[in-house]
Write a protein that binds this ligand. Structure first.
Ligand code: ATP
Ligand code: MG
Length: 357
């Protein structure tokens, strides 16, 4: 069976790291005998916007819905298109229409990469953040009263549904269950936000009944962010609402050094729609065109995609390959953000050669 992959490079360094992501993907597919059919799309980019006045064609949903996964680069070119238009007109449409209700980010300190946290070594930081991606604090329920007067009142509601919360908790429990430590941490703020957050805690307990092997702890978001910095080794799988997950899924990768290596997945676990895999970083206009972007965020996203498609060994082979190249520390191969003077392509090729074995 062939997997249909929609390939969308997007903007800026997205176009530079994508070829290296594909190089790794194809090397792993070849080695493990996986049949991939790649379809390339130029939309969801600011170049497309310049030509068409919109980020996506009207029939984008029809064009993409049959894909098994979407492999994305980065979106945004603020010089020509404001970020809210480029982002809302592309990625956020995908997330919403394809019901990608899990945002998954590994936070792992890699060999040869320096953590901003003192004395941390690979192995000390190795956890996942699971963010609820469709509801919660990011609702548009609310409004303004007495606008522009001294009596102005502004309200924005948090909306949580049992279906929405239970499905992301189930995903997080399953992930924790599949890992050696089997540990789940839930982030809330039940002492201050007295309706939604205690209810989230209850749903965590209720779901836990089905996963007796998973040990669970719960932290308030304020002390949890402190512990990400002080004790990152405590965590295995961390699950949080949309807002808290947003914060944690930036903080976690930041603790592991360069943003250039961090991957992410927007997942529709039911498999009704394609999931989307992309590096955490943006289009990085400051280094775009220079050929020095680190391709590992894109390469690692390819590994997550293969795992999602049912090929965990192929995914692991990609991770092993870039860890080995990083550990080797050849400065002619590594990009500047990880201490070398190499290029995007040199690092991408070195990784692909390793994968090929
Ligand atoms: P977003 O638009 O997604 O919110 P952003 O525009 O705030 O992101 P990025 O585009 O990710 O930020 O860039 C942030 C900083 O990180 C920049 O200085 C950029 O050069 C650097 N950076 C981002 N990605 C990489 C990479 N792959 N390799 C090296 N440096 C990178
Ligand atoms: Mg940006």
């Amino acid at each position: 069976m062939s997997h249909r992959i929609a390939v969308i490079p997007g903007d800026g360094i997205g176009k530079e790291v994508m070829p290296e992501g594909l190089r790794a993907l194809e090397a792993a597919a070849k080695r493990f005998g996986i049949d991939l059919s790649l379809e390339h799309f130029d939309f969801a980019s600011c170049d497309y916007y310049a030509e068409h006045g919109q980020m996506l064609p009207d029939d984008w949903f029809e064009q993409l819905k049959g894909a098994d996964a979407i492999f994305y680069g980065a979106v945004g070119w603020p010089e020509t298109v404001p970020d809210h238009i480029s982002l809302w007109g592309s990625l956020l449409q995908f997330r919403r229409r394809f019901d990608q209700y899990v945002n998954l980010r590994p936070c792992k300190l890699l060999p040869g990469v320096k953590s901003p946290l003192a004395d941390r070594k690979p192995g000390d930081i190795d956890f996942y953040v699971v963010r609820e991606n469709t509801e919660g604090e990011y609702s548009s329920v609310g409004g303004k009263m007495f606008e522009g007067t001294d009596r102005e009142v502004v309200i924005q509601e948090t909306v949580m549904t049992r279906t929405g919360v239970d499905r992301v908790l189930k995903y997080a429990y399953e992930l924790a269950q599949s890992r050696p430590r089997k540990k789940l941490t839930s982030a809330t703020k039940s002492n201050g936000i007295a309706i939604t957050m205690p209810w989230w805690d209850e749903r965590v307990k209720a779901m836990g009944v089905h996963y007796p092997e998973v040990s669970v702890d719960q932290f308030h978001i304020d002390i949890l962010t402190a512990n990400f910095v002080m004790h990152p080794d405590w965590f295995d799988v961390v699950v949080a609402s949309n807002l808290f997950g947003d914060i944690l899924s930036d903080l976690g990768p930041a603790c592991t050094g360069t943003i250039g290596v961090a991957p992410s997945a927007n997942i529709n676990p039911d498999g009704h729609f394609p999931s989307l895999f992309e590096p955490v970083h943006g289009s990085a206009p400051d280094i775009a065109g220079k050929g020095i972007a680190n391709p590992i965020g894109q390469v690692w996203s390819a590994a997550m995609m293969l795992e999602h498609l049912g090929h965990p060994k192929a995914g692991q082979a990609i991770v092993d390959a870039f860890e080995a190249v990083l550990a080797e520390g050849d400065k002619a191969v590594l990009t500047p953000d990880v201490g070398g003077h190499g290029t995007t392509e040199a690092l991408g090729r070195a990784i692909a050669e390793r994968i090929a074995g």
